[in-house]
Design a protein around this ligand. Structure first.
Ligand code: F6R
Length: 609
C-alpha cells in the first residue's frame, strides 16, 4: 500500500530517493519521509502531505549522504501526521526503518519494549521495529544483520522493511514477508524498492526478494541470506518494461493515457496467442483433456475490477467449455470455507499481483488441493510466485488507481484461455471458435473507433458533473459491465452510483428513481433488447434522465444522450462498452477538478487486509 525506496551508491541519495517516491506516490499519499546517513549520523525529515512537500522540506535541509531510505505512507495505524510518517527511529537514533505492511502483534511487542524502558512517539505499528532491533543489538548481538533478523522473527503480520544503522553506516538491510520488495542493481549502485516502477529509471536489473530473505547491501556488494542467515545465491532478472510507458507521454493524467493505450495493450495481451487457422498458443499452461474434463468447477477470484472481469469470464467459460464457474470476492472466499478439491481449478485475477485478500484466497485454494492459475499484470509479483501457473496480461504498467487497461486485457486473456480450454475439450465447434477468435483479433480497432468519438461523453460529463446519484443498468453482459461502470464512477468522481441488473430494478431500487436521476443503460444484447428497453421506459416515466450506450437499432427519441458503439460477439461486448463508461467517469472527475489518478482514500494495490 505504501512505497519504499532505498539507495546505496556514490551520489546524493536524497535526489534518487525523492524521484523514486514521486513515481511511487500513487501507492500511498498521506505523508512521506526520508533518512540518509550523514557523517555516521542519521538525518531524518518527514512531513504530512504529498511527496512535493517533502521535496520542499529537503531543499531547506539539504541531505547529502550517499546512502538512504525513504517512504510514502497510506495510513493504517495512526492518522496521517508527521510523527506517524516513516522513517521511524529507535530511541537512541541508531536505527531507522521504513516499513510497508501491518504488524499484527505490535501491541504485545510495544508493551514488552515499554517494560524494557523504550518510549514511543507515534501511534504506528512500525515504530516497534527500530526499537526491537535496538533491543536485540544491545542485548544479544553486535551485528546489524543479526539484530534485524532477531527482530523480524518476532514480527507477526506482513512487512517489507529497509533499515539503516549508524553501527554499520555503509549498509542497508532489507527483508520482506508477504509484502513486495525488489533490489535493483546498476554499476556501483544499488536501489531498493517496493515496486520496480520506482527505480525503473535507474535500472532494469532486479533481484526479487522472497519471504524472509535478507539483503545486506553495501556500495561494493549485495549479500543475500535466508531466514536463518545462511548465505544464498539469487538470480538477477531483467524487466523489459520501457520506462517511458510509465510516464504520462503528453496526457494530462495517467488514467487518460491508460484508457487511450487500450488498443495497444489489448494487442500486447493477444500477442501470438491466436494464430490464424491454428489452435491457440498458450505455452504457460499444459492442461490435458483428461484434466479439464475431470473438473467439476472453476472458481474465479479477485477483488474490485479484477472480480468484475471474473464475472464476464464466467460466461465465457460456461458458454465455450461447459464447465460450471463460480466467481467470488477474495475477501469473502477466504473466510467462507468454499467447497474445493482436486477437481477444482481456481483462477486468480489481479493487476498488481499483490492484493492481500487475493493472495490469501490463493493459498487457501492451494491448500485444499485445487490447481491454481494466476492472471496477472505485474511480472514476478507475489501471486505469480504462489500460483501453480501464471499467464501475464502484458498490459504494461498501470499507474492510475482506477483500473482501466488492466480490465480489458484481463477480459481478452480470459477469452483466449476459454478458447484454449474449449479446443482441448472439444466442447465448442471449430467454426464458432474461429469466429470468436476473429472477433478478438478485430476488437482493438473497434476500441480505437470508440476513443475517436467522445464528444457526447464530454457533453454528458459537463452537463452532469454535479449529480449526486447515478444508476448503471443492463442485462447479462451489459449488467456485468454496469457493475464496472458504476465502480469507476464512485471511485474517481465520489458520486454515489449503483450497478443493477435492469430486470431487478422493480424489486426495490426503482423507489429511488425520481425527476432528474441519471440512468446510464448499456444495451448490446439483441435477444434481451426489448426487455431492457421496457425497463428503461419504466424509469423514464418516473423522471430519469437516460444515457443509452448501444450497438443495436431502436427508437431513442426520448433519451437524453445516446452513443452508438461497434458490434462484436456478445461475450466480448464489455470490452467495448466499458470504454465510454471509463471516459464518462474520467471527464466528470475532471469537470469537478478532482485528482483522477489518486482518488481519496484509495491506493493502487491493497497489500493489507
Ligand atoms: C478499481 C480498482 C480496484 C482493483 C482491486 C484489485 O478501479 O482498481 O478495484 O481492481 O483493488 O486489485 P488487483 O487487480 O491489483 O488485485
Amino acid at each position: 500500500m505504501c512505497g519504499i525506496v532505498g539507495y546505496v551508491g556514490n551520489r546524493k541519495s536524497s535526489e534518487i530517493l525523492l524521484n523514486g517516491l514521486s513515481r511511487l506516490e500513487y501507492r500511498g499519499y498521506d505523508s512521506a519521509g526520508i533518512a540518509t546517513m550523514e557523517r555516521n549520523k542519521i538525518a531524518c525529515i518527514k512531513t504530512k502531505g504529498k511527496v512535493k512537500s517533502l521535496i520542499d522540506l529537503e531543499k531547506e535541509n539539504s541531505l547529502n549522504g550517499a546512502i538512504g531510505i525513504a517512504h510514502t505512507r497510506w495510513a493504517t495505524h495512526g492518522k496521517p501526521s508527521t510523527e506517524n510518517s516513516h522513517p521511524h527511529l529507535d530511541n537512541s537514533k541508531k536505527f531507522a526503518v521504513v516499513h510497508n505492511g501491518i504488524i499484527e502483534n505490535y501491541k504485545e511487542l510495544k508493551s514488552f519494549l515499554q517494560k524494557n524502558g523504550y518510549t514511543f512517539y507515534s501511534q504506528t505499528d512500525t515504530e516497534i521495529i527500530p526499537n526491537l532491533i535496538a533491543y536485540y543489538y544491545k542485548k544479544m548481538t553486535p551485528r546489524f544483520l543479526e539484530a534485524v533478523q532477531l527482530a523480524c522473527n518476532d514480527l507477526i503480520g506482513s512487512f517489507a522493511i529497509a533499515v539503516l544503522s549508524t553501527y554499520e553506516p555503509n549498509k542497508i538491510i532489507a527483508v520482506r514477508k508477504d509484502s513486495p520488495l525488489v533490489i535493483g542493481k546498476s554499476n556501483f549502485e544499488t536501489y531498493i524498492c517496493s515496486d520496480v516502477l520506482g527505480i525503473l529509471a535507474y535500472t532494469k536489473d532486479f533481484y526479487i526478494l522472497n519471504d524472509y530473505e535478507y539483503a545486506e547491501i553495501s556500495k561494493d556488494e549485495i549479500k543475500f541470506f535466508n531466514k536463518t542467515l545462511q548465505p544464498i545465491e539469487k538470480e538477477i532478472k531483467s524487466i523489459e518494461w520501457d520506462f517511458s510507458t510509465a510516464e504520462k507521454n503528453g496526457y494530462d493524467d495517467f488514467m487518460l493515457k491508460e484508457i487511450y493505450e487500450q488498443p495497444i495493450s489489448i494487442r500486447e495481451t493477444i500477442g501470438s496467442k491466436l494464430p490464424i487457422d491454428a489452435p491457440s498458443n498458450l505455452d504457460e499452461i499444459t492442461f490435458t483433456r483428461k484434466y479439464l474434463s475431470s473438473l467439476n468447477k472453476i472458481f474465479i477470484i479477485g477483488c474490485g475490477t479484477a472480480m468484475h472481469a471474473g464475472l464476464v469470464a464466467k460466461a465465457m467459460f460456461e458458454n465455450l467449455c461447459n464447465i460450471p464457474v463460480e466467481v467470488d470476492i477474495a475477501s469473502e472466499f477466504r473466510y467462507r470455507n468454499p467447497i474445493i478439491n482436486e477437481k477444482t481449478l481456481a483462477i486468480f485475477i489481479s493487476q498488481s499481483g499483490e492484493t492481500a485478500d487475493t493472495i490469501a484466497a490463493l493459498k487457501l485454494a492451494k491448500s485444499k488441493g485445487a490447481k491454481t492459475l494466476a492472471i496477472c499484470n505485474v511480472i514476478e509479483s507475489t501471486i505469480t510466485r504462489e500460483a501453480d501457473y501464471t499467464i501475464y496480461t502484458h498490459a504494461g504498467p498501470e499507474i492510475a488507481v482506477a483500473s482501466t487497461k488492466a480490465y480489458t486485457s484481463q477480459l481478452i486473456l480470459l477469452a483466449i484461455i476459454a478458447i484454449h480450454f474449449a479446443e482441448v475439450l472439444k466442447s465448442t465447434d471449430t467454426e464458432t471458435l474461429n469466429t470468436f477468435k476473429n472477433d478478438i483479433l478485430s476488437i482493438s480497432n473497434k476500441v480505437s473507433e470508440i476513443l475517436e468519438n467522445i464528444d457526447i461523453l464530454k457533453e454528458f460529463a459537463q452537463d452532469n458533473c454535479n449529480i449526486e446519484h447515478a444508476f448503471f443498468i443492463g442485462r447479462r453482459m451489459d449488467y456485468l459491465v454496469s457493475l464496472e461502470g458504476s465502480l469507476k464512477l464512485k471511485e474517481i468522481t465520489y458520486i454515489h452510483s449503483e450497478g443493477y441488473a435492469a430486470g431487478e430494478l422493480k424489486h426495490g431500487p426503482i423507489a429511488l428513481i425520481e425527476n432528474g436521476i441519471n440512468v446510464i443503460t448499456i444495451i448490446t444484447d439483441q435477444e434481451l433488447m426489448d426487455k431492457t428497453l421496457s425497463n428503461v421506459h419504466e424509469v423514464i416515466s418516473r423522471g430519469a434522465r437516460i444515457f443509452a450506450i448501444t450497438n443495436l437499432n431502436f427508437p431513442h427519441n426520448d433519451f437524453d444522450y445516446f452513443l452508438n458503439i461497434p458490434k462484436t460477439n456478445e461475450l466480448l461486448s464489455p470490452i467495448l462498452s466499458v470504454i465510454p463508461l471509463q471516459l464518462i467517469s474520467y471527464y466528470i472527475a475532471k469537470e469537478k477538478g478532482l485528482d483522477v489518478d489518486k482518488p481519496r482514500n484509495l491506493a493502487k494495490s491493497v497489500t493489507v487486509e
